[in-house]
Design a binder for this molecule. Structure first.
Ligand code: SF4
Length: 456
């Protein structure tokens, strides 16, 4: 069996499964956020009763992160609905925007978008918060009401996005009927060259198979090339499995995974035992590909979908209005470090926005020093508008006052993960997906630019 089949078989209490089998899978974690949480809660209450209790309060993780830093009152209200439900159900893992359990969330637009407006429990984007807060344990099944839930596959989980109706059912029963997906195999060999990042690997892979090339399939990433990839890198790759239509993305377990997971579970006091899955000799794949990391170049997915692959060096004719670094895919510490490495001592020539995914990264960037300056100071000194309000921000547009949202038809190069029309705001805007290094180089020239032109 493949890694995905092994996890699903175990979770269903079976010794063997094969693609196409319909099986009842037991959830280890159900995650929801402010956009889908209220709807999920509504389904749960409608189907199980107003006084019903969730199947396991310690297996539900609630992370407001999407439409947070906005004056839109309905968005603010969504966070309050989550808080009321958490109180009613006594759910321990709720990463609220405010510290007062009886309070109401109101964004203070008078303070502006840049200065911090969250309390001590806020955890930022759900997919980076889950591993940081110790909720991604190898070998487990994680369902989330968000399509990029597949990001947790970096930690050797079966992790997939589900809709509110399914999530309401999981909330009440802990189970879900799943069709076992076929597995596509991506063997990584070699190591990335300077200026090339994990984002380039996944943009390359999606370009190869198309934005629907993995529809309802698992994407398994393994091979010797994985050793040189950090957990941040693996998260970037697993995150975008859904951009090829994948059911999930999954990596092998190794010592790096163990070190990350053990440290985070210990730090947060979450369940620390887990049972990873490893590869079998008899895995059957529906597709096989070898990705030679040495050969990869800075890659861009052009408007209007993540499968429109081109090399950055071929796109110098595309003039840009905006650059954006952030999101679960491109807003991690290592993403910002590569972004800053290119921008250091220089100035951007187009509007450039930086949105850390979790608050912890704000702290990292404001304490890591390169010479006399913090990385945060290097970025703001280069002209980047950096917000301390970690979250999804303009990755999916959001209300009109969302930081970085494209309210007019602009061309933007972005380290995010999705570029279908309207994704970041205006429906006639165009988004070009790229690595943080390519975004940085492009912000310096105002045109899509190969970051290798700026390596020191
Ligand atoms: S950062 Fe973007 S892709 Fe990630 S969860 Fe938020 S909206 Fe979705």
């Amino acid at each position: 069996m493949t890694l995905t089949e092994k996890i699903l078989a175990r979770s269903a209490g079976k010794s063997h499964v094969q693609p196409g089998d319909n099986i009842w899978v037991q959830a280890d974690v159900l995650m929801t956020h402010d956009v889908c949480g209220p709807g999920t809660i509504g389904v749960f209450k409608r189907e199980f009763g107003a006084a019903a209790k969730v199947w396991d309060r310690k297996k539900i993780v609630i992370i407001p992160d999407h439409y947070i830093f906005t004056s839109d009152s309905r968005s603010n209200r969504n966070v309050d609905i989550l808080r009321e439900f958490v109180r009613e159900q006594d759910i321990p893992y709720f990463y609220d925007v405010i510290d007062d359990p009886d309070g109401k969330w109101v964004f203070d637009s008078g303070k502006g978008n840049l200065a911090r407006q969250y309390g001590s429990n806020y955890a930022g984007v759900c997919h980076t918060a889950l591993p940081q807060k110790g909720h991604t344990r190898p070998g487990e099944v994680l369902f989330g009401t968000d399509s990029h839930t597949c990001m947790a596959g970096a930690f050797n989980l079966f992790a997939t996005g589900i809709g509110n109706t399914d999530a309401g059912f999981v909330m009440g029963t802990g189970k879900l009927l799943i069709k076992v997906p076929e597995t596509m195999h991506f063997r990584l060999e070699g190591a990335l060259k300077p200026g090339v990042m994990a984002k380039d690997i996944i943009l390359h892979a999606i370009g190869e198979i198309g934005f629907d090339g993995a529809t309802y399939r698992a994407m398994q990433f393994d091979g010797p090339g994985v050793q040189s990839l950090s957990m941040d890198d693996r998260m970037t790759i697993a995150n975008m499995a859904i951009e090829a239509g994948g059911k999930n993305g999954i990596f092998e377990f190794d010592e790096q995974t163990r070190a990350f997971v053990d440290r985070r579970c210990q730090q947060n006091g979450t369940k620390s035992s887990y049972d990873p899955v490893s590869r079998d000799a008899d895995e059957k794949f529906v597709y096989e590909s070898i990705l030679d990391l040495d050969q990869l170049e800075p890659t861009v997915a052009c408007h209007p979908d993540p499968g429109q692959r081109k090399k950055a060096k071929e796109l110098g004719h595309i003039k840009l209005d905006r650059a954006y670094v952030g999101s679960c895919t491109g807003g991690k510490t290592t993403d910002f470090l590569e972004f800053a490495r290119i921008l250091r001592g220089k100035s951007v020539v187009i509007d450039t926005f930086g949105v850390p995914a979790p608050p912890e990264i704000v702290q990292d960037l404001q304490t890591i020093r390169w010479g006399d300056n913090t990385v945060w100071e290097i970025l703001t000194g280069a002209g980047v508008q950096m917000t301390e309000n970690a979250g999804c921000a303009a990755c999916l547009g959001g209300p009109v006052d969302t930081f970085g949202r494209m309210n007019t038809p602009l061309k933007c190069i972005s380290a995010t993960n999705r570029n279908f029309p309207g994704r970041m705001g205006h429906k006639e805007s165009q988004v070009f997906l790229a690595s943080p290094a390519t975004v940085a180089a492009s912000a310096l020239t105002g045109r899509i630019t190969d970051p290798r032109d700026y390596l020191c």
